[in-house]
Write a protein that binds this ligand. Structure first.
Ligand code: FAQ
Length: 316
């Protein structure tokens, strides 16, 4: 295609975006837009799937049947989210197996938060309250993403995440109102998960290499720092309500701006975790790699069954 023709297509594409018309799989789109979406959506899918591991760790040890059933359902929801998102990457022409192999080989990223261990039952509360809470803050605007299949997948995902956030908060609320040991457990979980949850929103705006372009394409509707601030503003009063302390001595409410100001974020820790050097990176990727290897016979059996069914149908 001539350069001039591409320029016209790009202009029409941007006009559609500026007018809030969704881009659908068969529409023309610039390669860079397609690649940005494949990168973000596949990393999002990997996060959902790897995100099952820290909570899956507690299913067999949930304190009662009700908690076990709820946690099991939540972890299963995360698997569903991963599957919608892998399907969304396929609408862009990505090969699902390749994207999964990219996770296993370390080429593709997934959210830094899932490289922290879940050491106590209270961590199930902290993950639901803070991690799902941060995920919703980031994902509600994605329901208005310019790419149709991603935006539509996010509508259901957000409904489920909001249930997850409430179940996490309810665990924390109960523990915080329990015995001194239970309250201490809840506080300890908050101490360990607060800063990693703050980091989930990604590098600060000055360091974020993709935000400007992604906002122009309306893939992202807010910057990383805007969403991080919204999350802090919403979450601090929730902690106060249940009598827990945010582990940030510099946190203070600014009457003039109506926002909380927070202490410095340890970006060295964030980048170390993103690079693969967090406390659980190796375990997480190993677990996913093993799941693929151990599930090979199931995939082969399903394919053989489908093939047999097809042959039987052709013969009849
Ligand atoms: N961890 O230029 P930016 C969940 C990377 S789902 C690791 O700002 P962008 C559900 C980034 O990829 C949680 N890497 O990038 C659940 C880029 O590297 P690249 C996941 C990170 O894309 C709950 C580089 O840094 N949510 O929790 C992180 O514009 C409970 C520069 O960054 C999504 O994926 C990080 N935290 O903004 C499941 C939502 N942050 O790719 C189980 C969709 C940044 O060039 C239990 N994604 N990086 O090699 C997004 O909204 C965006 O991709 C951001 C990053 C905001 C994550």
């Amino acid at each position: 295609m001539k350069e001039q023709d591409i320029a016209i297509l790009e202009q029409k594409f941007q006009e559609k975006i500026d007018n809030d018309i969704k881009i659908e799989p068969n529409d023309w789109m610039p390669d860079a837009y397609r690649n940005t979406l494949i990168r973000q959506i596949s990393q999002h899918a990997h996060s959902e799937i790897v995100g099952m591991l820290p909570e899956g760790n507690w299913i067999t040890r949930a304190p009662n049947l009700r908690r076990k059933a709820v946690l099991l359902a939540k972890v299963q929801d995360e698997a569903g989210h991963g599957l919608y998102l892998y399907s969304a990457t396929e609408t862009l022409g990505a090969d699902r197996e390749q994207t999964i192999d990219d996770l296993h080989s370390g080429v593709a990223k997934y959210s830094s938060i899932f490289n922290y261990p879940t050491l106590s039952w209270a961590d199930m509360g902290a993950v639901g309250w803070l991690v799902d809470g941060a995920a919703i803050m980031n994902q509600v605007p994605l329901c208005r993403c310019s790419y149709g299949p991603y935006a539509r997948a996010m509508v259901r995902v957000c409904k489920e995440e909001s249930f997850h956030q409430r179940q996490g908060f309810e665990i924390m609320m109960k523990l915080a109102a329990g015995t001194p040991e239970q309250k201490e457990m809840a506080q300890d979980a908050l101490n360990r998960f607060w800063w990693p949850a703050i980091m989930m929103f990604g590098p600060n705006d000055a360091e974020s290499k993709h935000t400007a372009q992604s906002m122009k394409w309306k893939i992202k509707r807010h910057t990383n720092d805007e969403l991080r601030q919204q999350f802090i503003d919403v979450t601090v009063p929730q902690a106060e309500l249940i009598g827990l302390t945010i582990p940030d001595p510099l946190l203070k409410f600014n009457e003039a701006t109506g926002h909380y100001e927070h202490g410095p974020i340890d970006w060295d820790e964030f980048w170390e975790v993103v690079k693969g050097n967090g406390p659980c990176n190796k375990d997480r990727v190993d677990a996913r790699r093993k799941a693929k290897e151990n599930g090979l016979w199931v995939r082969q059996a399903a394919l053989a069954h489908a093939e047999k069914k097809k042959l039987r149908k052709q013969a009849s």
